[in-house]
Design a protein around this ligand. Structure first.
Ligand SMILES: [Zn+2]
Ligand SMILES: [Zn+2]
Length: 67
């Protein structure tokens, strides 16, 4: 049994996954666009302003699937 989370589309999966070698935190990495909080089950678009702010989203910005 796989514990891997399923994503609505490849874009969502790629942009939520954080596998950057240049940055320690996904909030510092301009290549990472989406943050997923497993505790609250919320997705948010990361605002790269140097802090850890984000805008909560209810639909996938790429394919429009409800999250
Ligand atoms: Zn999607
Ligand atoms: Zn990076």
């Amino acid at each position: 049994m796989s514990e891997k989370k399923s994503y609505c589309c490849e874009m969502m999966e790629n942009n939520t996954a954080f596998n950057c070698e240049l940055h320690i935190d996904k909030y510092e990495c301009p290549d990472t666009l989406i943050d997923y909080n497993p505790k609250s089950n919320y997705y948010s678009i990361i605002i790269h302003d140097g802090g850890t702010s984000g805008i909560e989203i209810n639909f996938c910005p790429w394919c429009g699937t409800k999250l």
